[in-house]
Design a protein around this ligand. Structure first.
Ligand code: GTP
Ligand code: MG
Length: 138
């Protein structure tokens, strides 16, 4: 079974939506095999999103990700990386398909409620950034 890394972002934790979001992952057949609630520093958010360092929204993104707690988690299932992104919906909620997390809950292209790894390499890196092997319980 494949594993992917997921974040429930500050806009969603602030609005008490972690359960509603995870219900959608579970309904899609994804299992939460690791989970923790943490409050990132801006530097930690910056390191996580280093790939976007040259984008114009980078500073805003790091401020946002450090603005309130997040829930970092690992989802497991068949084709988990693609399935997670399907359940999340498009980055901009205005473009997200009906029924997706971002269509239902996201507030804007920046405050878009969830993160999901985009490939096997980034999934492995992102899981290792937040979790030790001991914390992954399939
Ligand atoms: P992630 O799962 O969070 O990586 O989202 P994504 O893969 O759908 O989008 P991408 O990797 O392109 O961008 C990463 C994150 O940067 C997005 O999820 C948004 O939170 C933020 N972001 C992307 N584009 C914009 C933008 O135009 N403005 C702002 N403020 N934030 C953006
Ligand atoms: Mg991305």
């Amino acid at each position: 079974l494949e594993r992917t890394f997921s974040i429930i972002k500050p806009d969603a934790t602030k609005r008490n939506l972690t359960g509603a979001i995870n219900a959608k992952f579970e309904a899609a057949g994804l299992r939460i095999v690791a989970q923790k609630r943490i409050h990132l520093t801006k530097a930690q958010a910056g390191a996580f999103y280093a790939v976007h360092a040259e984008r114009p929204f980078y500073d805003e993104l790091c401020e946002f990700m450090a603005s309130a707690p997040i829930v970092a988690q690992v989802l497991e299932g068949e084709g988990a990386i693609a399935k997670n992104r399907e359940v999340m919906g498009a980055t901009n909620p205005a473009d997200a398909d009906a029924g997706t997390i971002r269509a239902e809950f996201a507030q804007s292209v920046g405050e878009n409620s969830v993160h999901g790894s985009d490939a096997p390499e980034t999934a492995a890196e992102e899981i290792a950034y937040f979790f030790s092997g001991l914390e992954l319980v399939g």
